[in-house]
Structures are given as structure tokens and as C-alpha cells.
Design a protein around this ligand. Structure first.
Ligand SMILES: NC(=O)c1ccc[n+]([C@@H]2O[C@H](COP(=O)([O-])OP(=O)(O)OC[C@H]3O[C@@H](n4cnc5c(N)ncnc54)[C@H](OP(=O)(O)O)[C@@H]3O)[C@@H](O)[C@H]2O)c1
Length: 363
């Protein structure tokens, strides 16, 4: 098969013939129809993100495809089925704290690295091997526009993991820290689809704040950030026009922890704060939330990496039902030979609802 290979950090991806993957027991082989290209993919391939990928590797963050081969343990999936292949692979030999690798993308700790040695390659290829439980059946409609579905599933599942972790309820007020970003804007759309009463959207980028307000109407409460922690916190609190039940932070490693703290500390007594961003991953000041503030206000602070398996089913249902409308999303596709162009395009088009997708079966 043909695949895009990262031969070393800093080199462009090389499109070349590699051996077809073979499925062992408990695995599927899937023909990849569409695989999302993250806006920060170039930072991963260039080495700036310091992801524990081990070249040579076929990268990718999951995708939509057709099952070519099922292992003997598959009881529902069959060859020919359309599936979403979730990148989040968990080890099967620890029920409580499984090791995790993001197949073809990243991993956590020594256990995750060990798993990544077996499930090494990702979706920037004609075929992909995935654990049986990582193939989620898709409705036939997804076959009409696999690129749109692949882009959406790759991005919405992440903030959905955070909204599930924070137990967002219909009617509640949510603040999305990083709302103008790729994941943050997706969190806004998703929270509204899940029935959030209000979503406070802080950011520095005025045109994107306006775009969010225009698209979603009065349930969205934009706040122009100044960088002054106290002033920003006051402005975010005022914009909510009532208690903020939950805060989700999706700021990138380049953002200072003070921006996360300003957002987190807007939450009401008994509120929930979910940390999903990259703040501190490349150094910088620690978050330093005041102990007395957490204690006296009975605040729940939790982190969330990726999402539980059920989140895949949840997002598929939200899209299939129309509750989450993918219509307004811009989707640009690239064939396999144009993979480096796709990576550059994605970096330049990482704004809200702008998606870049690789379609490995075309050129
Ligand atoms: N937990 C997980 O499972 C998981 C999974 C994938 C990624 N992540 C993390 O999520 C992060 C966000 O991803 P993304 O793709 O949404 O990134 P992105 O599109 O680059 O979004 C960045 C957002 O952060 C804001 N921002 C940047 N610097 C800031 C600063 N100094 N002060 C205030 N706001 C600032 C930007 O807003 P303005 O420019 O408008 O101010 C923008 O809204 C990633 O970098 C990664 O670390 C987490």
C-alpha cells in the first residue's frame, strides 16, 4: 500500500510503498477513506511539540474507512462496514488504568510507548490496522461525505470528553477558555448542541468572537481578553450574567497559566473546572490555583486526556441526528501525494470550523 511516512522529525513526509498491514486476533484492517490533518500537525512532525513518536512512522489521528478484514473476535462488524477508527488505543491488560497510545500520533508513559511499538502506524495510508474495539459503525450517510465526518469525529470527540467529564447539563452556563481555537470553538458548538443555556467565549481575536456570536446567537457571550488577569476575570464573570457552572480550558502550550487561572476562577461555588489544554506542557509557570479558593468554594478541578470509548458513540449520534450541524464547516481535502501541502494548509487554516482532511484513496 501507499502511505505518508515521517522518516525523521523536521523532514517532509515521504509518500512511498510500505507493506500492507496484517491484522492479528482482536484487530481490523480498514481501508482509509478520510483522515483529519490537525492544524498543529506541522509542529508535531517538525519536533516542536516533542511528541513521543518514533520514526519511521505513518502518522495520523484516526479516520473514516471501510472494513477490509475482521478478526475472529468481531461479533458485529463485517468486511465492507463503514467505520470511524478512533486513534485512542488502550491496553487490554489493566481495567483500571490502561496504558494509552494515540495510534500514529502520541502516547503516555512507558506503557503507552510499548503499545505504540505494536500499533505503530496511523491513518495517513491506504490501509490501517486498528484494534477491533476502536472501529465504530457509522450510518450510511457518512459514506456520502467521509471527509466531513472524519474531520468532525477527530475534533469533536476531544472537547466532548471534557464536557462529559464535567457533567455539563442542559441549561447550564459553560465558559470555554480558548473558545476561538480549533478545539475551543468545537466545544462551543457542542455545548450548545447538548443544550447549554449560555456559553461564555473569551478570546483575543475579535473577528472570531464575532463569528461565534453570529453563528450561535444570544446564548453565546463573547469577551475580549486583555491579558490582565483580574480585569479578564471580572469581564468573563460579568458576561455570564449569572453563575458559571462549569469551565473547560483548551488553551495551547503557548498560553500562560494566568489565562487559564483567570478563566477557572470565574466558576461558581460547587462549580467544575476541566483542564484539557496544553498549558505547561512545554514549561512556563504552574497553574497555582489558590488552595483556599478551591476549598472554601468546594470546587472540583479535574484533568481529561482524550475521552471515554462511549464518547465516540455519543458524537456519532449527535451528528447523525442533526443535533450537531456540520453544514457550516469548511472542509478541504488533499490526496495522499499532497500530504505536505495538506499539513501546511491545515496550519494556515486552523480557525473555527475550518477542517483539513487527507483522502488516501485519491492520488
Ligand atoms: N486533552 C486532550 O485530550 C487534548 C487533545 C488534543 C489537544 N489538546 C490540547 O489542546 C490545545 C488546543 O488545541 P487547538 O487545536 O484548539 O489550539 P488552537 O486552535 O491553537 O487554539 C488556541 C486558542 O488559545 C488561545 N490563545 C493562545 N494563546 C493565548 C494567550 N496567550 N492568551 C489567551 N488565549 C490564548 C487562542 O485564542 P486567541 O488567539 O483568540 O486569543 C485560541 O483560541 C492543544 O494545543 C493541545 O495542547 C488536548
Amino acid at each position: 500500500m501507499r502511505a505518508a511516512v515521517l522518516t525523521r522529525f523536521g523532514a517532509p513526509l515521504t509518500v512511498r510503498e510500505v507493506p500492507d498491514p496484517e491484522a492479528g486476533g482482536g484487530e481490523l484492517v480498514v481501508e482509509v477513506l478520510a483522515a483529519a490533518v490537525a492544524p498543529y500537525a506541522g509542529e508535531v512532525f517538525g519536533g516542536a511539540r516533542k511528541y513521543p513518536l518514533v520514526p519511521p512512522v505513518v502518522p495520523g489521528i484516526g479516520g473514516v474507512g471501510r472494513v477490509v478484514h475482521v478478526g475472529p473476535d468481531a461479533t458485529r462488524l463485517r468486511a465492507g462496514d463503514l467505520v470511524w477508527c478512533d486513534v485512542t488505543v488502550r491496553s487490554r491488560d489493566d481495567a483500571l488504568t490502561p496504558d494509552i497510545t494515540l495510534q500514529g500520533w502520541s502516547s503516555r508513559g512507558e506503557g503507552g510507548a510499548r503499545l505504540a511499538r505494536h500499533l505503530h502506524d496511523g491513518s495517513f495510508a491506504g490501509l490501517m490496522r486498528v484494534p477491533t474495539e476502536n472501529g465504530y459503525p457509522l450510518p450510511a450517510a457518512a459514506g456520502d461525505d467521509p471527509a466531513r465526518w472524519a474531520a468532525a469525529l477527530g475534533v469533536y470527540t476531544i472537547p466532548y470528553g471534557g464536557l462529559l467529564a464535567g457533567e455539563l447539563a442542559a441549561g447550564e452556563t459553560l465558559l470555554v477558555s480558548g473558545a476561538t481555537g480549533n478545539l475551543g470553538s468545537s466545544a462551543v458548538a457542542l455545548a450548545l448542541a447538548m443544550g447549554a443555556g449560555r456559553v461564555v467565549t473569551p478570546g483575543r481575536n475579535r473577528p472570531v468572537l464575532d463569528l461565534l456570536a453570529d453563528r450561535f446567537g444570544p446564548r453565546v457571550r463573547p469577551v475580549a481578553l486583555t491579558g490582565d488577569e483580574t480585569a479578564d476575570r471580572t469581564a468573563m464573570t460579568a458576561a455570564a450574567d449569572g453563575p458559571i457552572d462549569m469551565v473547560i480550558d483548551l488553551l495551547p502550550p503557548g498560553a500562560p497559566s494566568s489565562a487559564t487561572r483567570a478563566a477557572a476562577m470565574t466558576v461558581r461555588e460547587y462549580g467544575r473546572v476541566v483542564l484539557m489544554g496544553g498549558v505547561g506542557m512545554l514549561g512556563g509557570d504552574d497553574l497555582a490555583l489558590p488552595y483556599p479558593w478551591i476549598m472554601r468554594n468546594s470546587i472540583t478541578v479535574r484533568g481529561q486526556w482524550m475521552y471515554p470509548r462511549t464518547a465516540n458513540v455519543g458524537i456519532i449520534r449527535l451528528i447523525a441526528s442533526g443535533a450537531l450541524d456540520l453544514g457550516p464547516e469548511r472542509v478541504r481535502t488533499f490526496g495522499l501525494d499532497a500530504v505536505n501541502e495538506a499539513v501546511g494548509y491545515a496550519a494556515a487554516h486552523g480557525g473555527p470550523f475550518d477542517r483539513t482532511v487527507l483522502t488516501p484513496q485519491s492520488g
